[in-house]
Design a binder for this molecule. Structure first.
Ligand code: MN
Length: 730
């Protein structure tokens, strides 16, 4: 914000946007407002007139016309001074007087409650704006400057004004496509409502940008050279996303800043629409796009006329980043919305009836015509300003709002935590529906529970509210700690048994107390939990707790647990070792079936030991697994074990093919466990075969040889059956 604005700076704004103006006329308005406000001061101690002057400055620099600027200068004279509407009309004309009247609050009488007066004021504002959109534009500039100077207000007013800004003015700016104004309003409101969260988030983002600087520059340089090579003229910039939008996203997804990746966006501005799509092709070839994140707002503009291509890509180091591609004109509209639109329509200052960017305003009035009570009007205004929310009813008629995409589980958790924990389904408008069903505006929802059912981890993948996510996580963590204690205790007992020491003697020993004190562990349960989580090695611990006599006694018999493991893993459990803890149960996750040599990662599961995934597993990448449960695992040794792998081979469909393929596999010493062939279309066949391989290299060699067989089109590897995931559901 400019600290000291002069009248000349306002005129400069008009000139910058090629707006014609009558300087003498504007100066007379300037003088009138200055004299009328006289020696009034703002709470900051500065002359009151600095405020209308600033508002006029904002309007001029957004590209609005002379009339808007004049109204900006005058917008508070009716409200805060003794000036009369008629005087303004006589001096500066009826049009200006009417606009100034539109932004003037309803006079507050002592018998009218604040919320009543406020609602009435909004109604008046919206009605006036529907007649002339410039009323709301001046009001937005007014609010923006008030937000910029909010720190001088008492705390309570600050919170009230900030909340009102978030609920009403920012969404209106959004509807008008004025994203710069919207972003400023939201960030300022965020700062005043949650100063601590704002500060923390800003610091964390700054740190992230500092650390990511090199990677960002690398991407940028690469982008520049790619586009130059492709012969596309383009301006490339990058920016950190708005704090408030990052904050909202984190809350929506229930994540903390460490899990936040796409906090920056690259912007490519090109001369033509054709270049935009050419750019898109270039970036999609250079980086892997994240499925489902491509949006074509050029072909399908947003209701506020925003146009751009959006896509999210994954950098070589695995970090997602967003790229927005648009033309220069689209870029201006994306930033300034209606203001930019207006600028393009030369000579025609007043927006026409057909201007879509504010047709919603008229529609709103159309729908609200019959609403008599101003507070009801205000509430429905809020609903209409939030197209991203749905309103859901309880059978008793209570209403709750949810983000779009919310499910019965979100609803259940909103009402009561236990209702969520035991939720098995819902009656939506009387019909029984699943937990995953998406709720729609106006649905009446009744939750169905079963006391013996509990949350499962995959719930996290479809709930939409952070409340539900938090509650599910809390339950899983407590539950998992309980499981870790059980696993840990069993592991300790097993090891103790080898040394012929009973658990009771162990728990009662003084050396255990000493050990716990030395390690800062409060209770034996916490020790068991740490063992269960794989943080403490049983052997290391026992080496310090047991006497040397006890340590020397070692039995031979493998415990029942070991036998159980061998059952789970047909090829023996020794293939994987959990780092620093060779005793933890480990099994290969079915969703990705990692092979020896592949990078892997382990997660403690509820009661089943450690599940081992490929780091490339989609479930791991989508953070379906709780990172607290993550432990390091590594391949122990590479012996004679073989691993089943599913290969999907697309071939020409003729009789000799199967024989040729089995021959190749035999040559590579790969046993075939199972083979199926089908014809997918005339002349094309699909062969699915389960072969045994020793490791990744072996698999690669095998795949290459298969690919080399004449008539083979493609060889793919299927990880797990379909998209079925390996969840730890109970
Ligand atoms: Mn004002």
């Amino acid at each position: 914000m400019r600290e000291d604005v002069q009248f000349e700076d306002v005129l400069e704004g008009l000139r910058l946007h090629d707006r014609g103006y009558d300087e003498a006329f504007l100066r007379s308005i300037y003088e009138f407002s200055r004299q009328t406000h006289g020696d009034q001061v703002r709470r900051s101690g500065r002359p009151y007139f600095t405020h209308p002057l600033h508002v006029a400055f904002i309007l001029a620099h957004l590209g609005f016309d002379e009339t808007c600027v004049a109204v900006g200068l005058l917008h508070d004279v009716l409200e805060d001074t003794l000036a009369e509407r008629q005087a303004v009309a006589d001096k500066f004309g009826e049009e200006i007087a009417q606009l100034v009247d539109g932004v003037t609050k309803i006079g507050r009488h002592s018998y009218v409650r604040r919320d009543q007066a406020q609602a009435e004021t909004f109604r008046k504002l919206i009605l006036a704006s529907a007649k002339d959109i410039r009323v709301i534009l001046v009001k937005l500039a007014d609010r923006l400057h008030n937000m910029q100077t909010l720190e001088h207000m008492p705390v309570e007013s600050r919170r009230r004004i900030a909340r009102e800004t978030l609920e009403i003015y920012a969404p209106i700016a959004h509807r008008l496509g004025m994203s710069k104004v919207q972003g400023d309003l939201q960030d300022l409101a965020f700062y005043h409502l949650h100063p601590q969260e704002f500060g923390e988030l800003r610091n964390q983002i700054q740190q992230k940008v500092k650390h990511g600087r090199q990677a960002i520059d690398k991407i940028r340089t690469h982008l520049v050279s790619l586009l130059t090579d492709a012969g596309i003229e383009a301006e490339i910039s990058f920016r950190v996303k708005r704090f408030y939008s990052i904050y909202q996203k984190m809350r929506r997804q229930g994540i903390d800043p460490s899990q936040l990746y796409d906090y920056i966006a690259f912007r490519i501005v090109t001369p033509s629409v054709r270049d935009c799509y050419a750019c898109l092709g270039v970036v999609h070839q250079a980086w892997r796009p994240v499925p489902g994140r491509f949006k074509d707002y050029i072909a399908m503009p947003k209701p506020n006329l925003y146009q751009s291509l959006h896509t999210t890509l994954v950098s070589p180091s695995g970090e997602p980043f967003e790229v927005q591609i648009r033309t220069k004109e689209m870029d201006l509209i994306a930033e300034d919305g209606i203001a930019a639109h207006w600028r393009y329509k030369e000579g025609d200052a007043e927006p026409t009836e057909t201007d879509q960017s504010f047709s919603w305003l008229r529609q709103l009035l159309e729908w609200q015509k019959d609403v008599q009570d101003p507070r009801t009007f205000l509430n429905s205004l809020k609903i209409d300003l939030y197209p991203d929310e749905v309103y859901i009813f309880t059978p008793k008629g209570d209403v709750f709002s949810f983000p779009r995409g919310a499910t019965p589980l979100d609803f259940a958790y909103k009402i009561h935590t236990d209702l969520g924990h035991h939720c098995v389904g819902a009656r939506i408008n009387g019909k029984l529906e699943s937990l995953r069903s998406e709720l729609k505006n106006g649905d009446i929802v009744e939750i169905v529970t079963n006391p013996s059912r509990f949350p499962s981890r995959d719930w996290l993948s479809f709930v939409a509210t952070s409340r539900a996510k938090t509650k599910i996580r809390q339950w899983l963590n407590t539950e998992q700690k309980q499981r870790a204690i059980e696993i840990g205790k069993r592991l300790v007992e097993r090891e103790l048994k080898k040394h012929k020491v009973g658990i009771k003697r162990f728990l009662d020993s003084d050396s255990l107390v000493e050990y716990l004190t030395a390690e800062g562990i409060a209770r034996p349960e916490d020790l068991f939990a740490s063992v269960g989580y794989g943080k403490i090695s049983v052997r290391h611990m026992l080496n310090r707790v047991l006497t040397s006599d006890e340590l020397e006694t070692v039995g031979q018999e493998p415990g029942p647990l070991r036998r159980a493991v061998t059952k789970i893993l047909p090829f023996g459990s020794d293939a994987i070792a959990v780092k620093g803890q060779s005793d933890l149960l480990a099994y290969l996750a079915k969703c990705c079936s990692p092979l020896p040599g592949e990078p892997i990662v382990g997660y403690i599961t509820r009661g089943r030991g450690v599940s081992v995934h490929s780091v490339e597993c989609t479930n791991v990448q989508n953070l379906l697994y709780n990172q607290e449960r993550e432990i390091e695992v590594e391949w122990a040794r590479q012996g004679d074990e073989v691993y089943p792998v599913v290969l999907v081979i697309e071939t020409e469909d003729h009789p000799g093919m199967l024989a040729r393929l089995t021959e190749v596999m035999a040559k590579h010493n790969s046993n075939i466990r199972q083979i199926e062939a089908e014809t997918i279309e005339t002349g094309r066949g699909l062969i699915e075969v389960v072969v045994e391989v020793q490791n990744r290299k072996h698999l690669e060699r095998l795949r290459q040889s298969i690919r080399a067989v004449p008539g083979v089109f493609a060889v793919g590897r299927r990880r797990g059956p379909g998209s079925k995931t390996d969840q730890e559901t109970g």
